[in-house]
Design a binder for this molecule. Structure first.
Ligand SMILES: NC(=O)c1ccc[n+]([C@@H]2O[C@H](COP(=O)([O-])OP(=O)(O)OC[C@H]3O[C@@H](n4cnc5c(N)ncnc54)[C@H](O)[C@@H]3O)[C@@H](O)[C@H]2O)c1
Length: 439
């Protein structure tokens, strides 16, 4: 399947190997920009295409807008002419490879929204010529590459594996992870044909450390969904355990840490205020949508989705209970939220449970403020909220709730000054205090 020599005499093979292939990346967000930087850093000439002119302008000015890519890394690549960006899809004509890294959100009905992939592919198709390698990286349901993308490119009798190459390769980037980044996260790639897989694997092998070829696009699409479904379901399990432990007066964090001492057959997951980000709460529903069409109910996914969706309510109940214990109704109380990003040390608030918690508290009549060193303001249903300095709020607040345990917060100093803390992240793991109410 990999390196069988089926692409031996193809001119693209030589261009990839001697790094003269002109690389294109469509969608320059959290996934696309780091990928473009890796290939530029490996010596390729890379052109990014995005519909947002502001991103294109910033990239061309050598100014990074993605936290994981420091401007000091980006600017020299732009200045050396190895990385540039445009909103104009006609550059596709001159590209040899095209990675598609556009969003794949869910509609309100939890159906996949394929409109970004369709729109990007329509534009690519307008300027498509034989000999190119196209790789879809956006997370999606199994079958997307073969059923949706292939027919859009295989026009005028062009054959995948002979006249052009088409693969799916899931992106696994974990924003804010200091150890694993685009370059050293193994890259799974599966092609429409063996020749496609071989070309895709050859391509990634030039810039990334490990390539994992699989036999089909669907296997690559499904592998990504397995990874994220595995996380989502295990988080659902520990969230349910947290609710059980709460009822029984047991510290769930201690239970998980104790279980994690087993050197085999157990992997710790931790409860929290709910799922966030653009992957774990969304991707499993791609799978349940697709399997429903095949007559199979994805029952684990639906159940975990329900439990995880209850967590913001559970947290608000905890806040309400803690305030009641101090004879304070939640209505009229001041609740200060620490951290609104969906996870520690990043600036992304997409699907963040903090937004749900804040809205629920506001609906109950609480006055809510928040601090987050990474997020200066947030949009809520029908309004917005500006971040407040920690010092200005923690003393006055009737209750401080930790939703995102950023490392920048001085937890000891905060503890000294607050009246009541609801800790949904076990930030005060080693502290015994009457002021702290844990999840
Ligand atoms: N962010 C992550 O941590 C992560 C991790 C793994 C996989 N993914 C997946 O990768 C894909 C991209 O995610 P992201 O986080 O980079 O999204 P993003 O929103 O940060 O970036 C997507 C970019 O695509 C651009 N875009 C939208 N439509 C376009 C079009 N038709 N043509 C050109 N550009 C277009 C947007 O302007 C944006 O800059 C999604 O499928 C996501 O599920 C994301």
């Amino acid at each position: 399947m990999y390196n069988r020599g089926v692409i031996m005499s193809n001119p693209l093979r030589q261009k990839i190997q001697d790094r003269t292939a002109r690389v294109g990346v469509v969608g320059l967000g959290y996934v696309g920009l780091p990928l473009a930087v890796e290939f530029a850093d490996a010596g390729f000439h890379v052109t990014g295409i995005d519909v947002q002119a502001s991103k294109v302008d910033r990239l061309n000015a050598g100014d990074s807008y993605i936290q994981d890519i420091p401007t000091e890394i980006l600017r020299p690549l732009v200045e050396a002419g190895r990385l540039r960006a445009t909103t104009d899809f006609s550059v596709v004509r001159d590209l040899d490879t095209i990675d598609i890294c556009v969003p794949t959100p869910l509609r309100k009905t939890k159906d996949p929204d394929m409109s970004y992939i369709v729109s990007a592919c329509e534009e690519i198709a307008k300027h498509f010529t034989p000999g190119k390698l196209v790789i879809l990286e956006s997370t999606t349901y199994p079958g997307t590459t073969d059923e949706l993308v292939l027919p859009m490119l295989a026009k005028d009798g062009l054959k995948a594996g002979a006249d052009f190459f088409l693969c799916f390769s899931p992106e696994r980037v974990d924003p804010g992870n200091p150890t694993y980044q685009t370059k050293n996260i193994p890259k799974v790639v599966g092609g429409v044909t063996a020749a496609c897989t071989e070309m895709g694997a050859l391509f990634y092998g030039q810039a990334l450390e490990h390539v994992v070829p699989v036999s089909s696009t669907s296997a690559a699409e499904m592998a990504k969904l397995l990874e994220n479904t595995f996380r989502m379901i295990n988080i659902g399990l520990v969230n349910e355990l947290a609710m059980m432990c709460d009822r029984m007066g047991i510290n769930v964090w201690e239970v998980i840490d104790a279980a994690a001492t087993k050197p085999f057959g157990f992997m710790p997951f931790y409860p929290g205020p709910g799922l966030g980000g653009h992957c774990i709460p969304i991707d499993p529903f791609y799978l349940s949508w697709k399997t429903k069409q095949a007559g199979i109910e994805a029952r684990f996914i639906e159940l975990a989705g329900y439990i995880n969706g209850q967590m913001p309510h559970f947290v608000v109940d905890k806040i309400q209970g803690a305030l009641n214990d101090q004879s304070k109704p939640v209505k009229g109380s001041h609740v200060h939220v620490l951290g609104v990003a969906y996870k520690r040390n990043i600036d992304d608030v997409r699907e963040s449970p903090a937004l749900d918690v804040i809205l629920l508290l506001q609906r109950l009549g609480a006055r809510v403020t928040y601090s987050d060193p990474y997020v200066p303001s947030i949009r809520l249903d029908g309004g917005s909220l500006e971040a407040s300095p920690v010092d200005a709020c923690v003393e006055q607040a009737d209750c401080v709730v930790i939703i995102t345990d950023h490392s920048d917060f001085d937890y000891e100093a905060i503890h000294e000054r607050v009246r009541l803390i609801v800790d949904t992240r076990n930030a005060y793991k080693n502290r015994k205090s009457e002021k702290i109410v844990r999840l």
